[in-house]
Design a protein around this ligand. Structure first.
Ligand code: ADP
Length: 375
C-alpha cells in the first residue's frame, strides 16, 4: 500500500500540445480515487505515466516515499488492469493467477498460498481449474483483477476495466471492486469516462478536461459544489441546466433575467443573504440549476416562474424528465430540463411554467468559474 503523489505532471506527445497539463494530485494510502472526464481528456495517459508505461515531459511522481520517474513498471510495484483484459486462453484460472508469481520465481508454497488467498478474495476458488473460455465475462474480469492483485502491489491502476461488460454485470462487478478495495485497503486509481461509475465508486473523484485537472473532491461535494461550469455540466444525468442569465439583488432575494424574462427569486435565511452580498452578482453570466431543482407550477404562479414550452417528455416510471425551451421573445431559446417525481403525461408544445428552487442556484462568471451558490 502506498500514497501516490503527482506534482506538475505534463505530457506532450507532440510539441505544443499537452495531453496532460500540469496535473498535481495526491492520492492517499488506501484511497480509491476515480479519474474521470470526456474521451481524450488525458485520463489514460496520466494512468500510464503512473504505471511507468509513459514518461512524463515534466513533473515528479512519487509512490510511497520514492521518486519513481526513473523506475521501470516492475520496480514501481504497481498492477494495471486494462479494459481488454487478456488472459492466457490455454491456461487454467490457476495458471493465469500463478503466472506473475512464477515470473518472480517465488517458492511453490508461497505461490499456492497467494493464489488461494486471491482466489478466495475474488470468489474464484471453485473456478481454478477452468479455462477462460469456460467463464462468464464477469468471471474473466475477476481473474484479470486477481492476476493484477496476486502480486500484492502497492498501487492498483484500472483503466476502464468494465467497459467490455454489459450494463447489469458492470453494476455487479463495480460493487465487487469497491468491496475488494475496501477489504484489501490497496491504493487504487480507477479510470472511467462514465460519471455514474465515478460517483458511485470513488472515495474522491478527479475530473479532467483537456489535460487539466478541474476539481478533486468527494462525489457529493463535486455534485453540490462544482468549481466551474464544466464540472457542473459533466456530472448528473441529465446534467445541470446552465442558463445564460444575469442577476441583481432585490429586497427579498434576486431578480433573475434569462433572455426576455425576468423573475424574482426569494432567498430565505441570513446565510443566503451573506452569500449573496459576498458574491459579485454583477459578474454572473451563467446560472446553473439541476433538473431536480426545477419544478412545474400552475400558470398563475406569478412573477416567480419562467414561461416555457414542452419539447419532449421522458416517462421513467418513478420520475418524469420534462425537456422544455424557455420563451425567449425573439432571442435564441434556452433549454431547461425538469425532473419531477412520479408520472406526468404532458404533451409536446404545451405551455408550462418553471419554478427554480432558490437553494438550487449556482452562479458562474463569463469564464465559467463558480462565484457561489444560494443556499
Ligand atoms: P483519455 O484516456 O481521457 O481518453 P488519452 O490519455 O488516451 O485520453 O489521450 C489524451 C490525448 O493525448 C488525446 O488527444 C490523444 O489523442 C493523445 N494521445 C494519446 N496517446 C497518444 C500517443 N501515443 N501519441 C500521440 N498522442 C496521443
Amino acid at each position: 500500500m502506498a500514497r501516490v503523489v503527482c506534482q506538475g505532471i505534463v505530457k506532450e506527445y507532440c510539441a505544443g500540445s499537452r495531453a496532460v497539463d500540469d496535473v498535481s494530485l495526491d492520492v492517499a494510502d488506501g484511497e480509491l480515487l476515480v479519474l474521470v472526464g470526456p474521451s481524450g481528456c488525458g485520463k489514460s495517459t496520466l494512468l500510464r505515466i503512473i504505471a511507468g508505461l509513459e514518461t512524463p515531459s515534466a513533473g515528479t511522481l512519487r509512490i510511497g516515499e520514492t521518486v519513481v520517474n526513473d523506475l521501470s513498471p516492475q520496480e514501481r510495484n504497481v498492477a494495471m488492469v486494462f479494459q481488454d483484459y487478456a488472459l492466457y486462453p490455454h491456461m487454467t484460472v490457476r495458471r493465469n493467477l500463478e503466472f506473475p508469481l512464477r515470473m518472480r520465481r517465488l517458492p511453490r508454497a508461497d505461490i499456492d498460498a497467494k493464489v488461494a488467498h486471491t482466489a478466495q478474495l475474488l470468489g474464484l476458488s471453485t473456478l481454478l481449474e477452468r479455462l477462460p473460455k469456460q467463464l462468464s465475462g464477469g468471471q474473466r474480469q475477476r481473474v484479470a483483477m486477481g492476476r493484477a492483485l496476486v502480486r500484492e502491489p502497492s498501487v492498483s491502476l484500472l483503466d476502464e476495466p468494465l467497459s467490455n461488460l454489459d450494463a447489469k454485470l458492470r453494476v455487479h462487478v463495480r460493487a465487487e471492486i469497491a468491496e475488494l478495495q475496501r477489504r484489501t485497503g490497496t491504493t487504487m486509481i480507477y479510470v472511467t469516462h462514465d460519471q455514474v461509475e465515478a460517483m458511485t465508486l470513488g472515495h474522491r473523484v478527479a475530473l479532467l478536461d483537456r489535460g487539466r485537472l478541474q476539481q478533486v473532491a468527494p462525489p457529493a461535494e463535486l455534485y453540490d459544489r462544482p468549481v466551474n461550469a464544466f464540472v457542473a455540466g459533466f456530472l448528473g444525468s441529465p446534467p445541470m441546466n446552465l442558463l445564460r442569465a444575469s442577476v441583481s439583488r432585490v429586497a427579498d432575494g434576486l431578480a433573475l433575467r434569462v433572455g426576455a424574462q425576468t423573475i424574482g427569486i426569494q432567498i430565505a435565511g441570513a446565510d443566503a443573504s451573506a452569500l449573496l452580498d459576498r458574491t459579485d452578482l454583477a459578474r454572473v453570466a451563467t446560472v446553473g440549476v439541476r433538473p431536480e431543482a426545477v419544478d412545474l407550477v400552475a400558470s398563475d404562479a406569478g412573477a416567480g416562474s419562467l414561461r416555457a414550452t414542452v419539447e419532449h417528455v421522458e416517462l421513467l416510471g418513478h420520475e418524469t424528465l420534462v425537456h422544455t425551451s424557455l420563451a425567449a421573445g425573439g432571442e435564441q431559446p434556452q433549454r431547461v430540463v425538469a425532473r419531477i417525481q412520479g408520472t406526468h403525461a404532458l404533451s409536446p408544445a404545451s405551455a408550462v411554467r418553471l419554478r427554480l428552487a432558490a437553494g438550487g442556484l449556482h452562479f458562474f462568471d463569463a469564464d465559467g468559474v463558480a462565484l457561489g451558490r444560494a443556499k
